[in-house]
Design a protein around this ligand. Sequence first.
Ligand code: URA
Length: 438
Amino acid sequence: MTAAKLIIDKKREGRALGSAEIRDFVNGFTAGEIPDCQMSALAMAICCRGMTVRETADLTDVMMRSGASIDWKGVVDRPVADKHSTGGVGDKLSFVIQPLAAACGLAVPSLVGRGLGLTGGTADKLESIPGYKVSLSIDELKRVVADTGLAMATQTAEIAPADRKLYALRDVTGTVASIPLITASILSKKLAEGAETIVFDVKCGRGAFMKDQAEAHALAESLVSGVRAAGRRAAALVTDMDAPLGFAVGNACEVEEALAMLSPGAESGPLAGIVGLSVEFAALMVSLARGVPLDDARAECRARLGDGSALAKFREMVAAQGGDLDAFARLVARPKVKYRIQSMRSGYVESIDAERVARVALSLGAGRWQPGDRIDHLAGVRLAVGRGDKVSIGSPLATLENSSDPDALERAAAELLKAFTVSPTPPEAKPLVIERIG
Ligand code: URA
């Protein structure tokens, strides 16, 4: 215990910890020999004092080694790659990027998370598909990836247990917002997953963890250098998260929108912006994993999206994990309670505040305030307009919906209206990709 206290003191004074100190502390905490109070104190000292690139790599390594790592040798003979998003509002891009990369010949074993707080969780969205088994053992994950080239499942108990234990503490001790801790947490799981190429979508803006570009840039650099320190390939795009991505924010409605994004022709319709962004990410994965020029990878991704191969890959994965997309179609067609909000002004939609939209979706039942809260998979917000669209007084702006609670819709409607800013002149166009790192 004395050694643990000295390590906490050292970090509190702003000094770099040695590799053995980091290893012994984390291993002691995982084994239950170092109590939660000391781990929390060290996490707070790291939050306040930061860590060097080497310390972050050491922390990542010991957290990754706290559990199993997946070995893909002999299971798949294609490059293994994945994409990780730091989380956004309406972020259903994984349902397009991962199948698209798999359709281009990569093996994609994607470990996905649940939503807590404002950003939605890919695992919760997938569970809106009746029968979909989101929790797989490592052997099941291997079988699905070997059969289809793609799996999307939650972190198994065997992967990075140190992270699971530490994250639960960080959540209640105000120590989530730390670049070294976020980096080690994300990378310990992603590296254990066995991907040789990892591409990051670091979200930046009102609906993201990282509110400004300097913070998002620093996190992107930290993630990319952490993967490279482990001898693997990585790149990151910092992307705009001020407005929700696409028109649907919720669970089932996002899967429905993703199916539309995967459908041939979507690249030129109203979803063109986020389909284009998905192509960009998939192309980056293909280019890095296979060592082909980015332009060639882009062309291949567009072709696999256009000929329906990416959609077929998504359907194949859903079936392999027990999901029934016919039952899903019946579910989303079920009557829901709805409430429509309209514009009170004429002009152009200047902004749609992603954070406010996320709060509204959460209040309708689409997310959790506490771990363990029940989700209404049919709850959510469907935007009727996007940034830059022209509206008149009375034009529909959005619909709030859920399974059976009309009072919640009415209560949230005024709040949702505040998410929209309508101005007399069209806003300047804003690219979704802010910068590339790596
Ligand atoms: N996601 C993670 O997995 N860990 C963090 O610390 C933050 C986001």
